[in-house]
Design a protein around this ligand. Structure first.
Ligand SMILES: Nc1ncnc2c1ncn2[C@@H]1O[C@H](COP(=O)(O)OP(=O)(O)OP(=O)(O)O)[C@@H](O)[C@H]1O
Ligand SMILES: [Mg+2]
Length: 583
């Protein structure tokens, strides 16, 4: 779903996102809520027992037996509260973690399913922010947020109920400062949230700066930027400390605010409650119970402001997450057939026109070509559209029907996976990860044996070099293959593509960093493969080995023929002369 067709997210949409998770864990949530409510009620019963004991002591009716029964009841209540508290924490906080994990898995599975245009609309940082910022907020809202709501409802309402039964007038008097606490917490929570956000951004800015510096360390050294980078990092560190201090200042205000309001309530209670005790309107026991209820009320009152803020943030995060999850892949939109596996693959491009999303300039124009078994060379100036053609054959971008066919079948009616399963691709930028050489080659076929991996490496003319490394195929190659030369990286990527043994092979400039002797050895191997090969190259040495060569100019085919037939083509001729001069 492109941004233009985005419709507003309703609360029903958001509920639709989390309802299945709630339903799956309904029993856990119900048990958590019941035990939480039980703890709240038990907490409020304690002052009642204390009230009874004090009143009996004041009236002189208390006996040791009576007091020991009250003490036993208090111990039993405390023990039950401890056990129940353990249950609700495990159930409710556990559920919030399950919710977070399920949404994180859903988000990840969705992201890896999305097409190329989606990733061009969004930055990696933006997508990562959902996992690092939004999911924890949602977890907090459905964990401690729900607990706080229950506490607000049960604790405050029951405490107020008990207080009213003792004395309505006294209740109203001691509650006077409470609205101040609600307003203060609401304001402080909003301020805290803003400052925590700033700190999070500062932290990710600092880590991103360190990551970028370390990954480009060779460039940094070549430009003698070490001191400049270190000074910049120091400045980022100072900002981060200042941000954390700003957070600490707000956090520091929260506790005094509650103590101040609690003390104001206590002051009113001591004066007016004390007068009521003197008047005999309220018993000493009820007076003491009142003190307990008042302190019980502090947390729910603070929670009102905190929860309002948390709910707002939780909804915003859920909305952002829903917007991502609602986007649909645009390449495979309807039900599709599976392209049957075959030993030889024919790919036809008919009157193909293509512009990148958001671009008005076509990258390929009126493109007609049939790719069948054998080597087809593709050349053209930089930016002519060669890599674009590979991406379209791989179905990375959506195309209208009638332009791309596999075995004569319309590509839009075939599943992406069944098409990609028949194509091996060695891209222009070889992607390597920090791991062993064997793992890097076996990326497309993790179950491959070492013998298969070596066979593919031999075809890519890199086996001998790998065996010469300390550790051979088990040698690690560092982040992005930092320990390898440009030509070695290219041949490793080629071996990876060859290992998959697919009927079609796309090699995008995959031999540009390889010496001539190695290049010719690889071409011999490719020729013996008997599969459909599209070989993109700027080198005449490579192109002259292909059955035919296609010349691309500004997205359109300007000529197609054998090496000999193209010798008179202006672009081909110039390229040949230049390369002869430099040979
Ligand atoms: N993701 C993209 N979004 C928008 N335009 C793009 C994108 N990728 C490539 N282009 C544009 O499409 C055109 C063709 O690019 P392409 O990468 O296919 O060129 P190429 O022939 O492979 O060049 P080179 O020989 O340098 O690899 C260029 O003008 C390029 O700027
Ligand atoms: Mg290219």
């Amino acid at each position: 779903m492109p941004p233009s067709s985005r419709k507003a997210t309703t609360l029903a949409d958001l509920w639709g996102l989390i309802a299945p998770i709630f339903r799956r864990h309904a029993l856990r949530v119900a048990l958590g809520l019941v035990t939480l409510i039980a703890v709240d009620v038990l907490q409020l019963i304690i002052p009642k027992f204390v009230q009874k004991a004090i009143d009996a002591l004041a009236a002189g009716t208390a006996t040791p037996h009576f007091l020991s029964r009250i003490a036993l009841a208090l111990v039993l209540i405390a023990a039950s509260m401890a056990a129940l508290r353990f249950v609700w924490r495990t159930m409710l906080i556990g559920f919030s973690r399950i919710l977070e994990r399920t949404l994180r898995n859903q988000l990840f599975a969705h992201l890896v399913r999305m097409d190329q245009p989606f990733f061009e609309r969004r930055t990696t940082g933006d997508l990562m922010a959902h996992a690092s910022n939004d999911l924890p907020v949602i977890q907090m809202a459905f964990g401690m947020g729900v607990v706080a709501v229950v506490d607000i409802l049960v604790l405050s309402l029951t405490a107020l109920g008990f207080m009213v039964t003792i004395d309505l007038k006294l209740t109203l008097i001691v509650l006077l400062p409470m609205p101040v606490l609600v307003v203060c917490t609401r304001k402080l929570a909003a301020m805290l949230h803003r400052r925590v956000n700033v700190v999070q951004e500062q932290f990710s800015g600092m880590t991103e700066f360190a990551r970028a510096t370390l990954s480009a360390i060779r460039l940094i050294k070549a430009c003698t930027l070490e001191r400049f980078q270190a000074r910049h990092f120091e400045r980022l560190g100072l900002d981060y400390v200042a941000g954390n201090l700003a957070v600490a200042r707000v956090q520091g205000l929260l506790a005094p605010a509650s103590t101040l309001v609690g003390s104001a309530g206590l002051l009113l209670l001591l004066y007016f409650g004390g007068c009521f005790v003197i008047e005999g309107r309220v018993s000493i026991g009820a007076f003491v119970a009142f003190i307990s209820y008042l302190s019980t009320l502090i947390w729910p009152m603070m929670a009102v402001g905190w929860v309002a803020n948390l709910a707002q943030r939780g909804l915003t995060s859920l909305r952002r997450l829903h917007r991502i999850l609602a986007e649909q892949p645009c390449v495979e939109t309807g039900p599709c057939r599976v392209l049957p596996p075959s030993r030889k693959l024919v790919c036809s491009l008919r009157s193909l026109d293509f512009s990148y999303p958001g671009s008005s300039e076509p990258a390929l124009r009126d493109f007609n070509l049939e790719l069948g078994p054998g080597l087809t060379g593709l050349t053209g100036r930089t930016g002519a559209g060669k890599s674009t053609l590979c991406k379209l054959i791989l179905r990375l971008y959506p195309l209208p029907p009638g332009m791309l066919f596999f075995q004569g079948e319309e590509a839009t009616g075939l599943t992406q996976a069944s098409i990609r399963n028949q194509i091996a691709w060695a891209g222009q930028e070889s992607f390597l990860f920090a791991g062993s050489i064997a793992d890097n080659i076996a990326l497309g076929k993790p179950e491959a044996s070492l013998a298969e991996i070596r066979a593919a490496a031999r075809l890519a003319a890199i086996d001998e070099e790998i065996m010469a490394f300390q550790g051979g195929y088990g040698a690690t190659i560092g982040e992005r293959g930092i320990k390898l030369s440009g030509g070695q990286k290219q041949r490793l990527a080629l071996a990876r593509a060859l290992l998959c043994q697919r009927p079609m092979l796309l090699i995008d400039d995959g031999l540009s960093a390889v010496d001539v002797a190695t290049e010719q050895a690889i071409l011999d191997n490719l020729q013996a493969q008997d599969c459909t090969v599209l070989l993109i190259s700027h080198r005449i040495n490579v192109l002259c080995r292909c059955q035919r060569v296609v010349i691309l100019e500004e997205g359109a085919i300007s000529a197609c023929g054998t090496h000999e037939a193209l010798l008179s083509h202006p672009f081909y001729k110039t390229m040949l002369e230049k390369q002869k001069r430099h040979a």
